[in-house]
Write a protein that binds this ligand. Structure first.
Ligand code: SP5
Ligand code: ZN
Length: 343
């Protein structure tokens, strides 16, 4: 299968994030994508191609105009306000009702960013824009050749809501690609399978009231794992979307057997939905050695995951999400893709 990749991700390289109360070196760093790219090349997965430019319209179909303005201008406003060049981090998360809407960058960050792990630096907008183009290009490739493609997206996307950044995510790449596929007649239904260890809160919320997108997610139970506030099994969709959202929250320490058994359940749901396309939010932070994980998956699991997804026999768009165990990230991700191809 073809891999889509853009060098623009290199410009998104914040130095620090807040984690467990400490300012630490970022986990979501440029070497992640570079190592996955090297593994793709070493495995001869297929061609590595630059993304086409679909422009802003497919991004505007998912994200609000005010949020996109914020993402594009935040760093310049931050610097103009005399703040630290480390990047934009909210200093105020307001919980009470608003009485005043300030245009100060500190206020905007509080509105549009939900946590301390989505800093915005000078290269963030361009990187996020190109990451979305990578996802769109992978979707178009699958639409044209009918089998599979890999969008090596960085930054990742599944925590981003229509108007909120968080969890290293700014633009929801998988949602943008899914919506674009639906805009291409005669596609009527697409399914998303999210196997990053963190629940895809943004993707779920974006499609929560819709039945043309089935969202299924395996992840650490929000009782113990980020993002804490969404991801329970009783979240099944609302209004027209009721019955089109399936969460499979798993306990800490979940192993290969439990993960693969649960994946089979999720795949059963997807098969019954009979979608025209499958999009996979592919995170490898389920790996036993992941510093932000908590599952116990071993390297052998990844090929098996890919093989099971292939049994759905659907045109499939893989979209890169998380995975922070740098030494094994490339091989774990590529093993999913090789497993899918039966290699
Ligand atoms: C795309 C993606 O994988 N985003 C993950 C964002 C995780 N943000 C950090 C959450 C903090 C969890 N506490 C970790 C405890 C490790 N000591
Ligand atoms: Zn994750």
């Amino acid at each position: 299968m073809n891999t889509f990749y853009s060098l623009a991700h290199l410009a998104h390289a914040p130095a620090k994030e807040f984690l467990d109360g400490a300012l630490v070196d970022v986990f979501e760093k440029p070497s992640r994508a570079e190592l996955v790219l090297q593994a793709v090349r070493a495995a001869n997965l297929g061609k590595v191609l630059p993304p086409a430019d679909f422009g802003l319209d497919p991004i505007r179909a998912i994200h609000t105009a005010d949020y996109l303005d914020f993402l594009q201008n935040a760093f310049a406003l931050w610097i103009a306000d005399g703040r630290d060049s480390n990047g934009v981090y909210p200093d105020t998360f307001w919980k009470a009702p608003f009485q005043h809407r300030s245009a100060k960058i500190g206020a905007l960050a509080g509105i549009y960013v939900m946590d301390m792990s989505a800093p915005i630096v000078g290269g963030t907008w361009t990187a996020a824009y190109q990451s979305a183009q990578v996802a769109l290009s992978a979707a178009q490739d699958v639409q044209q050749q009918g089998k599979a493609a890999f969008g090596l997206c960085r930054p990742p996307g599944h925590h981003a809501h229509a108007n909120i950044a968080g969890g290293y995510c700014y633009l929801n790449n998988v949602a943008i690609a899914a919506q674009w596929l639906l805009s291409q007649a005669p596609t009527q239904r697409v399914a998303i399978l999210d196997i990053d260890i963190h629940h895809g809160n943004g993707t779920q919320h974006i499609f929560y009231t819709r039945k043309d997108v089935l969202f299924t997610s395996l992840h650490g139970h929000p009782d113990w794992q980020y993002p804490y506030f969404l991801g329970s099994a009783n979240e099944q969709g609302e209004s027209e979307g009721l019955g089109f959202n399936f969460n499979y929250p798993l306990p800490k320490g979940a192993d290969n057997a439990l993960f693969l058994r649960t994946l089979d359940e999720a795949c059963g749901r997807i098969a019954r939905y009979q979608p025209h396309y499958l999009l996979v939010s592919l995170g490898a932070d389920t790996y036993e050695k992941d510093p932000l994980g908590g599952f116990a998956l071993t390297a052998e699991a990844y090929e098996a995951i890919g093989w099971r997804i292939a049994q759905l026999e659907l045109p499939t768009v893989f979209i890169m999400e998380g995975g922070y165990a740098i030494a094994q990230l490339g091989s774990n991700v590529v093993n999913v893709l090789l497993g899918f191809e039966g290699r």
